[in-house]
Write a protein that binds this ligand. Structure first.
Ligand SMILES: [Zn+2]
Ligand SMILES: [Zn+2]
Length: 147
């Protein structure tokens, strides 16, 4: 099943096969809050090689709490956040679920950084939660061995 998404103005669009989805998360970190202007970002982990992008993203780099460098990609024209990734592990990208053309199928696996969640946007208690950084890097290294 091919899924697609785009920015608000349409300069950037992307697609990937849903079969290649690794996992889905709510991230309540303060960088995601600032970047989305909301209580959290909902992100889909997909290997870079499985994402086809049309258009050129602009990236803004932020130093993450774990010392990694998170590069946040957005449309330079309309400002829509599309995807981000850690510079140290560029093979996995985190697509913003809100940019999907159809996100009705999305099922979230876990919450990240619940320590910085706000009362007005509380973490979903029905799924697994990580207080801070869920050591994405070691998880992904494990995942990559299975590719
Ligand atoms: Zn745009
Ligand atoms: Zn975050």
């Amino acid at each position: 099943m091919i899924e697609s998404g785009k920015c608000q103005c349409g300069d950037i669009s992307y697609s990937f096969d849903r079969d290649n989805l690794i996992s889905t998360h709510h991230c309540h970190c303060s960088d995601c809050q600032r970047s989305t202007g909301s209580g959290k970002a909902t992100i889909l982990f997909v290997a870079k090689k499985h994402i086809e992008i049309e258009g050129t993203l602009k990236f803004y780099e932020v130093k993450g709490s774990s010392g990694s460098h998170v590069r946040r990609g957005f449309c330079e024209n309309c400002g829509s956040a599309i995807l981000s990734y850690a510079k140290e592990i560029p093979h996995i990208q985190y697509i913003k679920a809100g940019s999907l053309n159809d996100s009705s199928w999305v099922k979230v696996d876990s919450n990240f950084f619940t320590d910085s969640a706000h009362d007005w946007n509380k973490p979903d208690e029905t799924i697994k939660s990580f207080k801070g950084n869920p050591s994405i890097i070691s998880n992904i290294k494990t995942l990559f061995k299975s590719f």
